[in-house]
Write a protein that binds this ligand. Structure first.
Ligand SMILES: Cc1cc2nc3c(=O)[nH]c(=O)nc-3n(C[C@H](O)[C@H](O)[C@H](O)COP(=O)(O)O)c2cc1C
Length: 238
């Protein structure tokens, strides 16, 4: 998605859609160490890791949210996975846009059939992976200043695990967020950054890191980007 205009302010930069929540979010992550890397074409902003990894190998589930094979966020996920596997972690991946999952219907059917959800779709293949995971890595392109719809559906379908009648608890204790978008402005990620922050609090997951990559749009724009090294390092330090 792009709009015409001054090339220095192209893309989404001109739209004044930054919410109060976004401002709060920006303020919160500006409070941490913010590392800014500049390359010739793309600015990469990386929020600080909040904690070091435990050093033990763990089960990691990476959930991607792009339908583009070889897409920019998929390349971030691949780099993360490479690093995590090198460090000895067991990594599984779920490409939510390749086997789309429906939205939560809030139907009250959670666990009533013995399974977390009564909707029959790719959630059936997803939840066994989810139930093994200790670290959940969300990886999404920025769509309308938010997670992609595919990833959002996955997040909504975690609902059964917060219900009183749940038969099992998740083992997830930590999370990471990897995102990229066309916008050249870090503030464009404020919405999902704040949603992620609130999610961590609600689920009591520890934030293990966030990576926001600005200025990538075309398929392959991420190739050679220093953000891939950052993502790989995040995997190694997971
Ligand atoms: C439906 C749609 C909505 C988008 N919305 C935004 C947006 O709000 N802000 C932005 O910077 N880029 C937006 N983009 C651009 C993508 O974030 C960008 O192309 C990204 O690199 C795609 O990642 P992928 O290759 O992993 O799919 C949008 C793209 C699509 C298809």
């Amino acid at each position: 998605m792009s709009e015409s205009g001054n090339s220095s302010e192209r893309g989404f930069s001109r739209r004044k859609l930054l919410s109060a929540a976004g401002l709060l979010s920006l303020a919160s992550f500006a409070g941490g160490a913010l590392f800014r890397h500049v390359s010739s074409s793309v600015r990469v902003d990386v929020d600080s890791f909040t904690t070091a990894g435990s050093g033990h190998s763990k089960n990691i589930l990476v959930v991607t949210g792009s339908g583009r094979s070889g897409g920019n966020s998929i390349l971030l996920a691949d780099a993360f996975i490479k690093g995590a596997r090198l460090a000895g972690h067991a990594v599984d991946v779920f490409h939510s846009a390749r086997t789309p999952m429906g939205a939560c219907l809030h139907c009250g059917g959670c666990w009533t059939a013995g399974t977390p959800c009564v909707i029959k779709d790719s959630f059936d293949a997803f939840y066994p992976k989810l139930e093994e995971a200790e670290l959940l890595v969300l990886c999404s392109p920025l769509y309308w200043y938010n997670f992609s719809g595919h990833l959002k559906c996955v997040l909504d379908r975690l609902y059964p695990y917060s219900q009183k009648n749940r038969l099992r608890d998740l083992k997830v204790r930590e999370a990471m967020l990897l995102m990229c978008g066309e916008s050249h402005f870090l503030r464009s990620f404020a919405g999902p950054a704040e949603a992620y922050r609130q999610m961590l609090g609600h689920a009591r997951w520890k934030d293990r890191g966030r990576l926001f990559v600005t200025g990538v749009d075309d398929l392959g724009a991420m190739v050679g980007n220093e953000a891939l090294r950052t993502a790989e390092k995040m995997g190694q330090e997971a």
